[in-house]
Design a binder for this molecule. Structure first.
Ligand code: FAD
Length: 363
């Protein structure tokens, strides 16, 4: 824990340096490797520490409160690792996982077209053909964080019969067209962009999951998981800290700080109750969707409160309040299932409450 606290201090100090697409949190990932964070999801037999889901949620909350960009890049790396770990392809696991305990290799995911992106398209975004010895991929992976820094990209596509595969695609594959990272509202140093696939051949030896219908249900995780809420709550806690610093000089802000701080603490407690629960469905009114909606809402409200309390100074480029407001918007579009988006939209339209007491997906 001491090393995690120390790491968070370092990430916090460097957070403001990650504003541009020319940056990359390589140093931060190296420090995460030094603190044992990169091995969190890797089984012990491959050199990792295989921490519990509850420890992961706590760790993400703390890291996101220190630096959202580098923590987000870590989650995309871990999303790839999670799918490699859950695969039955033992040979590939032996080859890839020991290399991922430190920062010498980077893996990432391009899977949103199988969950939340382009779901209204009639044709699959990535078309897959099964050949002797492997798979041929054509199309475009719409979103890949750190694609140009990755040694391996976990991605998938759809066969003509509707079944899907998840594959570990090496960066050296012929036909892989790394596009420039896009310039975004925030998190630019995550170097996120699309990748073109022009007759990319991936051998059978790199098959992770499938062919199956809804292959993402096999690889674990998916959109809007509890860990995505952990990032949003960590971000809200960071905004509350900034508000607290203002309140120390201006006690009249206490009436704003206290309810926000207590909401953040409550949603965090509920998140931990959910992640440690053996019950399926989760106890009481807890659902992954309600927790994500509440976490999103708090990230937005707490960061805006921090900005308003910081006044015009907070609006000047470089002030942390402005960065926190821009970063909070990310939670409305990243790994956000449609019912959560609708709940947040209804909240904007004042059709329903922020959902602290209960959550009704239809409200
Ligand atoms: C910073 C960032 C990093 C990300 N990193 C990754 C990553 O590393 N890996 C990964 O897999 N994913 C990643 N994602 C993707 C993310 O999780 C979501 O899948 C993505 O934000 C969904 O947005 P989209 O524009 O692709 O959605 P789409 O649903 O494709 O929407 C695009 C546009 O299509 C139109 N549209 C939408 N729905 C309809 C409809 N029903 N009918 C008609 N028109 C419609 C709208 O005009 C909309 O603007 C990232 C996203 C962001 C913002």
């Amino acid at each position: 824990m001491d090393s995690l606290n120390e790491l968070c201090g370092q990430l916090r100090d460097q957070a403001a340096t990650l504003g541009s697409v020319d940056a990359w949190p390589g140093e931060q990932l190296g420090a995460m490797g030094g603190a044992g964070v990169l091995g969190w999801l890797i089984p012990q037999e491959f050199g990792g520490s295989d921490i519990s889901a509850a420890e992961l949620v706590s760790g993400y909350e703390q890291l996101a409160a220190a630096c959202l960009t580098s923590t987000f890049v870590l989650t995309q790396r871990n999303a790839a690792i999670q799918r490699i770990v859950k695969s039955g392809n033992e040979e590939l696991k032996k080859e890839l996982l020991p290399e991922l305990v430190d920062h010498s290799q980077f893996v990432t995911v391009g899977i949103s077209h199988l969950t939340t992106s382009r779901q209204h398209w009639k044709q699959p975004t990535v078309a897959v053909e099964m050949l002797d010895g492997g798979f041929l991929l054509n199309g475009e992976i719409p979103w890949v964080t750190g694609g140009d820094r990755a040694d391996v990209i976990v991605t998938g596509g759809t066969l003509a019969n509707g079944r899907q595969v998840l594959l570990a695609v090496e960066k050296c594959c012929e036909g892989l067209e790394m596009r420039e990272p896009v310039s975004m509202l925030a998190l630019n140093a995550s170097r996120t962009g699309s990748i073109g696939l022009n007759h990319v051949f991936v051998p059978w030896t790199h098959l992770l999951h499938g062919p199956a219908e809804n292959v993402m249900q096999q690889g674990g995780g998916g959109a809007g998981t509890l860990t995505t809420s952990a990032l949003a709550i960590g971000h809200a806690a960071n905004a509350v800290s900034l508000l607290r610093a203002e309140t120390e000089r201006r006690p009249e802000l206490n009436e704003i700080l206290e309810p926000l701080a207590s909401d953040v603490a409550e949603v965090s407690t509920h998140l931990h109750e959910a992640v440690t629960s053996d019950e399926n469905p989760l106890p009481g009114h807890l659902t992954a969707e309600s927790l994500r909606h509440r976490s999103n809402s708090l990230a937005l409200r707490a960061s805006q409160a921090a900005l308003a309390a910081s006044k015009g100074a907070g609006f000047v480029t470089g002030h942390p309040a402005g960065r926190l407001v821009a970063e909070a918007m990310f939670f409305l579009v990243w790994s956000c299932p449609q019912p959560v988006v609708m709940a947040n939209l209804r909240e904007f339209a004042s059709v329903c409450s922020t959902g602290e007491e209960s959550w009704d997906p239809g409200c």
